[in-house]
Unconditional design. Structure first.
Length: 202
């Protein structure tokens, strides 16, 4: 949307593949009360996403998936990370539909209910992506295994963790993906209320 506080001089797509890189030349209003100097920034563009933490209120278990992430590798960290199920929202899809679809594709789980957590930017200094986060009620009795779409190069291992174990990982700083931290922090705050409500509705 146009914003009188921002002047865009140029917007150029410099890469268009699995995602886009767009170069912006712009200036923006500053707190001193006038427009600032011209700046150049590269923006990572790949659309918006949905992420869902599958949770079984009967067994009091959460499901996290593990997969290789090139960004963590490039940062010199262990590149196999624990994350919620997630996927890009394609044209014509809602975030809720993506959350349910990805739970099947990445973890073999049917989402029975969705509790919205938040919608927010993961890295707004360099990316336009908004991630819509949820906790999803599932039956985790048969959860586990390796999933993912072969034609997308996915190799995803499903981990079923007692809630208290997942909470301990959170408290010990052993979860290091932003979406994982968001959904786990939310579940930690709302665990008792959410579990009681879902058990009563089951």
């Amino acid at each position: 949307m146009p914003d009188s506080r921002v002047d865009i001089f140029d917007r150029t797509v410099v890469f268009d593949g699995h995602f886009q890189m767009v170069r912006y030349r712009f200036r923006h209003w500053q707190f001193a009360g006038a427009m600032g100097p011209a700046q150049v920034r590269l923006l990572f563009v790949r659309g918006h996403a949905a992420a869902v933490l599958p949770y079984d209120p009967v067994r009091d278990e959460v499901i996290l998936i593990e997969q290789f992430r090139i960004g963590a590798f490039a940062a010199g960290q262990d590149p196999w990370l624990l994350e919620p199920v997630a996927g890009i929202i394609e044209a014509g899809e809602t975030a809720e539909e993506v959350a349910r679809r990805e739970a099947v594709e990445e973890a073999g789980l049917a989402v029975l209910d969705l509790a919205p957590v938040c919608s927010g930017f993961m890295s707004p200094g360099g990316s336009s992506e908004i991630v819509h986060c949820y906790v999803g009620r599932v039956d985790a009795e048969a959860a586990g295994g390796v999933f993912g779409l072969a034609h997308e190069g996915e190799d995803i291992k499903v981990h079923v963790l007692p809630f208290e174990d997942a909470l301990a990982r959170l408290d010990q700083g052993r979860l290091d993906v932003a979406s994982t931290l968001l959904v786990m922090q939310w579940l930690a705050r709302h665990h008792d209320r959410l579990r009681a409500g879902w058990l009563a509705a089951a």
